[in-house]
Design a protein around this ligand. Sequence first.
Ligand code: HEM
Length: 408
Amino acid sequence: MARLDDQARRDELYRDPYPLYDRARRAEGLMYVPEFDAWLVARDQDVREVLLRTEDFSSANALLPDMPLSEAALGVLPRGFGPRPTVVSSDDAAHRRHRAPLNRGLSAARVAALLPYARTCAEELVDGFAADGSAELVEAYASRLPGMVVGRLIGLDPADVPAAVHGGYRAEELLFRPLSPEGQVAAAEDVVALQHLLDGYVRERRERPRGDMCSTMVAALAPGDAELTLEQRHELVTSLQNLLIAGFLTTSALIGTMLLHLLGDRRQWRALRADPSLVPAAVEEAVRHDTAIQAFRRTTTRPVTLAGTKLPAASTVLVAFGSANRDERRYERAGEFDITRPGNRQHLAFGYGTHGCPGSQLARDQLRLTLELFVRRMPELRLDRDRPRPQMRPTLIHRSPQALYVTW
Ligand code: HEM
């Protein structure tokens, strides 16, 4: 019973962490939050400081699961690949080694080359429901487009994308949602299936490299052309799984949240419709105001002082990008969603410093093309008045509405 209460409290906090952030930004020093098992870093300036002091704040545990795994689920996972450190959970030279192929594979030119495909996919998704006059947009659009785009980036056959996307969602559920023991086993089996799918690609691209991200990562993380060792396959599959999830769950979540805020305030939707040149500013404001990755962890490597609070070595801090983005010292009316806000690209929604998001351009482009398309194809888009106001999913890592019922 106590555990259920704890879970309900945590869900409530995750659905709306903003009041806690507000208190933490006003507090002297850092605030310890038992639900996070961490010191909350809430002010813009303090978040930037942690992200730059990489020698004091390690990324080794950047993304820790919320849920302990049952013995049964732990028995399933060794049939797959990993876990191994990835770009997001490594420091220094190891981080640079993981990061180099991502920078190449997500260069401005590579992202630009992906955009015609992204546009075609987006148009086809809208074709699928445009005549209906109503839809649930998370299922019909937001959860689909980014998986197709990241699948193309990695080099997946489009026929394999639904299975990859399913595996990604199941990995998130396994690590971050309370499931029954049988539910955990089923989710673990789906994750193992995803890993075997990715391993097939890794080995295939070793034999026949192409111009895709999978080939780039194989060449960079396992130089040479000898048959891949089992250890190399473990590392490559873990890294590809991380890229897949980092690439689509985040963007899917933000498409949903961005539409929720825009449609929730008719004046702003109408302004956008009247003047589509506002689209880039609307995207930036959506990303600032209610971002998908609310917070990641860092661990102190030695005793440090931050915002006047002394932390011993091995302390956990939760770096709250979502709170920094509402810091009144940086933004006027920080809590308000306002697409006419000037100069708002300085937010921390994509992180900052060496771990800053390498996929931010691809994410922004998908958000932009979505708004351009929706304004053009469904100018009368509105939240469905016959449905209750959308509820947010209880998560800090892929914050999004659970469902988004709309009419037009
Ligand atoms: C709206 C969507 C997105 C948001 C809000 C987002 C946000 C972030 C943030 C805050 C970080 C920094 C994590 C840290 O400091 O520990 C990050 C890192 C990362 N992101 Fe994104 N991201 C998005 C989309 C993407 C896309 C589309 C890709 C790739 C296709 C991607 C790949 C990554 C990777 C690989 C990292 C780890 C980088 C490193 O540790 O060096 N992200 N992202």
